[in-house]
Design a protein around this ligand. Structure first.
Ligand code: SAH
Length: 233
């Protein structure tokens, strides 16, 4: 709503892009795009700035939306239904599947005006220290975007192997036997009893939760070491 600082507009675009959000709408901005400072602060999220929609007033911006949630640092004289950031993120994520939803931010200096609050179904306040509740606009956007990301992307495939890709116990046992064999062939000074060192190595590899592929790489290295030793002897 009427952002005054180009840096904040860029910061909001960056906050959105890091959390997989893309539809930025500016209402009566005092910043006109393209703007050098906005682009600089967007740092790689310029596409969101290029595609930003600009409207003259809030009513035009939200006309297709069926859920509108406002963000405010302040208590209001006439209180409005409140949600926590997590509840808001959950609602926005769920209801965005059925149509347009909006999360509305106020101007840097004045925040949301009362007529704007009246357009909102709910208000959200990001909890802060009681002595200073007013976050920077882009910081508030980042926190809300993060909450939405947590709620809507919980099932994004991560770098962790899927369950079936973890090496199984049988594979791990064969690996430990192989490792012990190689250590013996290298005359590696095994502790007495040797089982203690092996137990510590088992603990080390257990912490790593190896995938099948990683296990194969380690087995390959052990075999290469054995071949190297055999050639030397
Ligand atoms: N002086 C203004 C603060 C504006 S900060 C006021 O008193 O309202 C700019 C915008 O960032 C706010 O309008 C709101 O959308 C968001 N914001 C800042 N701090 C927030 C908080 N603690 N909780 C929710 N939104 C916040």
């Amino acid at each position: 709503m009427r952002p005054t600082h180009p840096g904040n507009v860029g910061g909001v675009a960056r906050a959105m892009k890091t959390m997989g959000l893309s539809r930025l709408t500016l209402v009566a901005p005092l910043v006109h795009l393209p703007n050098h400072e906005a682009t600089r602060r967007a740092a790689g999220a310029e596409d969101i700035l290029h595609e930003a929609h600009v409207y003259a007033d809030l009513d035009a911006a939200i006309k297709d939306c069926h859920l509108i949630i406002g963000t405010t640092a302040r208590k209001r004289s006439v209180e409005w239904p409140r949600l926590t950031p997590q509840q808001a993120a959950e609602k926005l994520g769920r209801e965005s599947r059925h149509g347009c939803v909006a999360l509305v931010f106020g101007q840097e200096r004045s925040g949301l005006a009362n007529p704007e609050v009246e357009r909102c179904h709910y208000l959200v306040r990001i909890p802060t220290h009681p002595d200073y509740s007013s976050l920077n606009l882009a910081s508030a956007a980042q926190i809300m975007a993060y909450e939405i990301f947590l709620k809507t992307n919980a099932l994004i495939p991560s770098a962790m192997p899927a369950m079936s890709q973890y090496a199984d116990q049988e594979g791990m046992q064969r690996f430990y036997e192989h490792l012990e064999q190689v250590l013996l062939e290298l005359d590696f000074p095994l502790t007495r009893p040797p089982v203690i060192l092996m137990r510590k190595l088992v603990r080390l590899f257990n912490k790593a939760r190896l995938s099948d592929e990683e296990l194969q790489i380690l087995r390959g290295i052990l075999s290469a070491v054995q071949q190297h030793v055999a050639k030397k002897n």
